[in-house]
Every structure is written in structure tokens, then in C-alpha cells.
Design a protein around this ligand. Structure first.
Ligand code: KG4
Ligand code: ZN
Length: 344
């Protein structure tokens, strides 16, 4: 079976990105992502507007993915789609499209867990990319996005166990909410990263949460930044403007230290030095630099997928679909999306 050429169309619509990708086995032929600018006006994703934008985008995005891959829809072997977790209205658009498309083409549908796909993104081979290397099992994957923060023990493609997770806000959410307090537009994570580059990470000290075991907590940090800025602004109304770079650098340093400390603890507990990161926050340069340091200090093997496979994308859905296709793990036409994450 492995020698066969399997063409999969992947569909991702769990949040505010409409994405379609075509893969040939584990190789990505196309990965088209349509973002939704509309949410910037509201300072966060508005679920109803996201669903409407998915409705509008899904057909042209799929069309473009097939064209870029130079694949005819009639040559597809299966359609893989995100069934959850995510925003229910957004998921329904992708799931309904995928089921109808697969039915019309008379090919199977493959249900994909979005969080599992973020991990399996490490096995997506970028077309024409040289020096591809994927982590060896077992490895630890820190999945950090706007909606999730997990340390996953990955024993095999489909044997994954969450050994640490956030008890409140996700890391990306913490970046975005603190950015909003600082007065930056949504999504603020990349902007904090940008301003942090010219700031002093030790200018301001923020407390670390006292979470047990390998779990995370970020809501206390958000509150402490809020109170700190309220106090400082009373003394100096221009405090934020005058200290923007230092503030961003200190916030970023705190979030990154919280993440890497737990990762270090997880590595020590499991004895695993094969470390991968996934999700939108893996784009953060502070996190990337900290991991590069750990590589030297802890002798870790670090894996960071190309940026377009880090944030929400359909390539990771299609590649996960491929590995499920090999196991003949198909869904039936009565499959429905589920908003909540209930495990792998
Ligand atoms: O994985 P993703 O695209 O979407 C989901 O949430 O599933 O992650 C988006 C999150 C946002 O919170 C965004 O602010 C954050 O990733 N992000 C970053 C950076 N780039 C994206 N956070 C910090 N630094 C960045 N460079
Ligand atoms: Zn995601």
C-alpha cells in the first residue's frame, strides 16, 4: 500500500482560516490558506462572521488548491477534513463541503482531529524541500496556539497522550489579550514579537504561575500586567507608549519561560530529548531562540515545521488523512463535527 500514489484533498475550517491542500502521499502539492481580515475590527474572532466567510471562501480555495497542485478532482483518492475541535459553525462548513464533495466523487471521507494534525504536521514534506527530517518516536510536542496549549507525548502517529495542558488561557490567547491591554490590534502575538526585538526582556518582572505537574496557567499573568499598567499609567499616562518595547520583551520573556520550564520538566520526567513545537505561537522568535539554547544546553533535537504548517492549514489535515488512509480509517457519511476537544 505504501508504494501507492495516494492523492488526498484536505479541508481545514476550524477557526478563522479557510484552507484546502492537496497531498501526494506525505508530500504537499498545494496548501492554500484564506485568512479572514474582518475579525481585526472586533479584536477577536467573531464566530458567526467566521462561518459566513468560510461559506464564501471554501469553493474558490478548493479550486485554487487543485489548480496549484495540477490535480483533477477526479484523481483524488479521498477527502480529509477537520471534524474538531473548533468553532461549530465554522466546522460545519468544512465538514458539509467535504462530505458532499466526496459523495459526488465517490471517494471515502477521512475525519481528522485538529490537534492531532498539528502534531502530524511535522511529517508533511514540503514540495521540493531538501533536508527534510521528522522527529523520531517517541517525541514530545508542545502545541501552542490561540486556542490550545498542550505538551503531547507522541508514541506513534495515532498514539498520543496529553501530559500537560493549560488550565485557563492558551499561550496565544495570553499574547493576544496582553497585546490588547497594551493597545495593540488583534492578533497581537506577532506584534509583541516585533516590538520585543528592540526591548529589554528583564525590564519588568511578572510572576510565574504555581501550577502543579506539567500544567500551564496564563490568566494570572494577564491580570498582573493589567494591574501593573493601571498603576503605572496613574503616575505617567504615557507609560505604555514610552516603554512599549521593554513591556513586550518582558511579557514575551515571561510566557516563553513558562513554556520552556514545563517542557524541560517534561523532558526530564520522560527522558525524551526529541522535542517538537507546533501551532501559531511556534512562530515566536523568543520561543525559537529559547529552544535553540536548550538544544545546546540540554542536548535536545528540536523540530519546528515550516511556518505555513505551524498555523492553521489544510496540509496538516491532508497528511494526517494520508496516514489514516493507509490504515483504511475512513468515516461514514453521517459523521458530524464536534466543537470540544475530548482527547485524541
Ligand atoms: O495555530 P494558530 O494559527 O490558530 C489557532 O489558534 O489555532 O495560532 C494563532 C495564535 C494567535 O494567538 C497569534 O497571536 C499567535 O498564534 N502567534 C504568535 C506569533 N505568531 C502567531 N504569538 C507570538 N509570537 C508570534 N510571532
Ligand atoms: Zn490550530
Amino acid at each position: 500500500m505504501a508504494e501507492q500514489n495516494i492523492l488526498i484533498l484536505g479541508i481545514e475550517s476550524s477557526c478563522d482560516e479557510t484552507s484546502a491542500a492537496v497531498t501526494l502521499n506525505d508530500k504537499v502539492l498545494s496548501n492554500v490558506i484564506a485568512g479572514q481580515k474582518i475579525h481585526e475590527l472586533y479584536g477577536g474572532v467573531v464566530p458567526e462572521l467566521a462561518s459566513r466567510a468560510h461559506q464564501k471562501n471554501i469553493v474558490p480555495v478548493v479550486d485554487q488548491a487543485l489548480k496549484q497542485a495540477k490535480v483533477s478532482k477526479n484523481d483524488l483518492n479521498a477527502v480529509a477534513f477537520t471534524s474538531g475541535p473548533g468553532l461549530i459553525g465554522s466546522l460545519i462548513v468544512g465538514v458539509s463541503f467535504s462530505k458532499a464533495f466526496a459523495l459526488a466523487l465517490n471517494v471515502p471521507v477521512i475525519e481528522v482531529n485538529h490537534m492531532q494534525a498539528h502534531v502530524i504536521a511535522h511529517f508533511a514534506k514540503k514540495n521540493n524541500a531538501e533536508n527534510f527530517s521528522a522527529p523520531q518516536f517517541p517525541f514530545l510536542c508542545l502545541t501552542v496556539s490561540g486556542g490550545h496549549t498542550q505538551i503531547v507525548l507522541v508514541k506513534d502517529f495515532f498514539k498520543m497522550e496529553i501530559i500537560g495542558q493549560t488550565t485557563d488561557d492558551a499561550a496565544g490567547e495570553a499574547f493576544d489579550k496582553i497585546a490588547k491591554i497594551i493597545g495593540l490590534p488583534y492578533p497581537g502575538g506577532p506584534l509583541i514579537d516585533k516590538f520585543a526585538a528592540d526591548g529589554n526582556p528583564h525590564a519588568f518582572k511578572f510572576p510565574h504561575p504555581r501550577t502543579q505537574n506539567l500544567d500551564f496557567s496564563f490568566s494570572g499573568l494577564k491580570t498582573s500586567v493589567l494591574y501593573f499598567l493601571q498603576r503605572e499609567k496613574q503616575k505617567n499616562p504615557d507609560f505604555i507608549e514610552q516603554h512599549k518595547n521593554d513591556l513586550c520583551a518582558s511579557v514575551q520573556f515571561t510566557i516563553v519561560s513558562i513554556l520552556t520550564e514545563k517542557l524541560q520538566k517534561a523532558s526530564a520526567q520522560t527522558g525524551i530529548k526529541e522535542i517538537a513545537i507546533a501551532g501559531g505561537v511556534s512562530a515566536n522568535s523568543g520561543l525559537r531562540n529559547a529552544l535553540a539554547e536548550m538544544k545546546m544546553k540540554e542536548d535536545w533535537n528540536i523540530f519546528i515545521p515550516p511556518f505555513e504548517y505551524c498555523t492553521d492549514n489544510a496540509a496538516m489535515i491532508a497528511v494526517t488523512g494520508y496516514f489514516k488512509f493507509l490504515k483504511k480509517d475512513f468515516a461514514s457519511q453521517d459523521v458530524s463535527p464536534s466543537a470540544r476537544f475530548t482527547g485524541f
